[in-house]
Ligand binder design. Structure first.
Ligand SMILES: Nc1ncnc2c1ncn2[C@@H]1O[C@H](COP(=O)(O)OP(=O)(O)OP(=O)(O)O)[C@@H](O)[C@H]1O
Ligand SMILES: [Mg+2]
Length: 320
C-alpha cells in the first residue's frame, strides 16, 4: 500500500549560538542534518539520550524554532519559510510539564477557548465553550472541569487538559514531547491509552518523543534513534527493538530493564562507555566513534550516511 507522506524533513539543522561575555560565543549543534519522513496516520517514535536534540527537532519541525538550514515539507509544501498561521491548527504540540504550559490565572474552559479563538474555530463564545466541554469529555474529564483552574487538577488530569486543548483544534499532526515523563507510572499508561484512542478516533499522525523505550515501542509504528543531533537508525518498531543494527541503538536496547535479569545480561552487547563529543566544533567521522567499541580508522574520519539495510530499515554505520 502506498503511504502518503505527511511530513518530510531534509538536511534539517538547528544551531543555537550561546554568547558569554567571558568565554565568547559557542555554537550548540542541537539538530545537525536530520533526514526524516512521517507518513499520514502513523505514530513515529523518536528516542535518544538527553540533550541529543529530540525536543529541538520537534519544535523546529513546527517552526517554534527557526531552522538554521535544511527544509521542512508538510503535505509536499515547503513550509521552511512559510507563514505558519494556516498550519498552526493543523500542527500541535503537547509538552512534558502539563502545568507549566498553562496560564494559572485562567480557567480550563478559557484556556481551551483561547486556543480555539486563536485558530479561528467556533463562531462565538458559546460554540467555543461547547467544543471545550466536548473535548474535556473526550479525555475523560467532566464538562464542569471547564469552570476550574489548572491547579485544582492532578498532574495526570492536567496532561489530559493539555491533550484536550491540543486536540480541540482538530490537528492532523501532533508532537508529543515526553508527554508522560512527569507522571506516575499508573497515570502514564492511562495517558498513552488515551492518546492511542484519540489517534484512532481522529486519524491523527503522531511524533512521539520519549526516553522511555518500552512506551515508545508500544505506541510507535516506526522509531527513529537520534544521537548528537542526527538520526542514526530508523525502522519499524519491531525491527529497531528486535534487530537493532547501530552499536548505539544496541546499547540503548540493552539498557532497557527486562523482567528476566539473567537473559538481559546474556543479551547485553555492551554498555555505552567513552567520551561524548563536547558539542563545540564540528564532529569528524561518525558521531558515535568516541564511544563505539568497534570504531575503525574510517569511522574516525568519514561520516557514515543513513544506508538502507532491509526495506524500510536504515542505519548510519560503516560496520553494518
Ligand atoms: N533555546 C535554546 N538555546 C540554547 N541551547 C538550547 C536551546 N534549546 C536546546 N538547547 C541545547 O540543544 C541541545 C539539545 O537540546 P534538546 O532539549 O533538544 O534535547 P533533548 O533530546 O530533548 O533532551 P531531553 O531528553 O533532556 O529532553 C542541548 O545541548 C540543549 O542545551
Ligand atoms: Mg527534550
Amino acid at each position: 500500500m502506498e503511504q502518503n507522506k505527511l511530513l518530510e524533513v531534509s538536511r534539517l539543522k538547528k544551531y543555537f549560538t550561546l554568547r558569554n561575555s567571558f568565554s565568547g560565543s559557542r555554537t550548540v549543534r542541537a539538530v545537525d542534518g536530520v533526514e526524516l519522513c512521517i507518513y499520514e496516520g502513523e505514530t513515529f517514535g523518536l528516542v535518544g539520550e538527553t540533550a541529543c536534540g529530540k525536543s529541538t527537532l520537534g519544535r523546529t519541525i513546527l517552526r517554534l524554532h527557526e531552522p538554521t538550514q535544511g527544509q521542512i515539507f508538510y503535505r509536499g509544501k515547503d513550509i521552511t519559510k512559510a507563514d505558519m498561521r494556516p498550519y498552526r491548527s493543523r500542527m500541535q504540540i503537547i509538552f512534558q510539564d502539563p502545568g507549566g504550559s498553562m496560564d494559572p490565572h485562567m480557567r480550563v474552559g478559557g484556556l481551551i477557548e483561547e486556543v480555539l479563538k486563536a485558530n479561528g474555530i467556533g463562531s462565538g463564545r458559546a460554540e467555543r465553550r461547547s467544543i471545550a466541554e466536548e473535548y474535556l469529555q473526550k479525555v475523560g474529564l467532566k464538562p464542569e472541569s471547564a469552570d476550574l483552574y489548572p491547579y485544582e487538577f492532578s498532574g495526570g488530569e492536567q496532561q489530559r487538559i493539555s491533550i484536550a486543548r491540543a486536540l480541540a483544534v482538530r490537528p492532523e499532526f501532533l508532537v508529543c514531547d515526553e508527554p508522560t515523563s512527569s507522571l506516575d507510572v499508573s497515570i502514564q499508561s492511562q495517558i498513552i491509552n488515551l492518546l492511542e484512542e484519540m489517534q484512532q478516533g481522529l486519524g491523527l499522525t503522531l511524533l512521539f518523543i520519549s526516553h522511555n523505550l518500552p512506551v515508545v515501542r508500544h505506541i510507535s509504528d516506526r522509531i527513529g534513534v537520534m544521537y548528537l543531533g542526527k538520526i542514526i537508525e530508523l525502522g519499524t518498531s519491531d525491527e529497531i527493538c528486535a534487530s537493532p543494527l547501530h552499536p548505539y541503538t544496541r546499547a540503548l536496547m540493552a539498557a532497557v530493564p527486562v523482567p528476566d535479569p539473567a537473559s538481559a545480561r546474556r543479551a547485553r552487547p555492551g554498555r555505552i562507555k567513552g567520551d561524548i563529543w563536547n558539542g563545540s566544533g564540528p564532529i569528524t567521522g561518525c558521531r558515535f566513534h568516541l564511544r563505539c567499541p568497534h570504531a575503525s580508522e574510517r569511522c574516525k574520519n568519514e561520516e557514515p550516511p543513513l544506508m538502507e539495510r532491509s526495506p524500510g530499515h536504515t542505519c548510519a554505520c560503516w560496520l553494518q
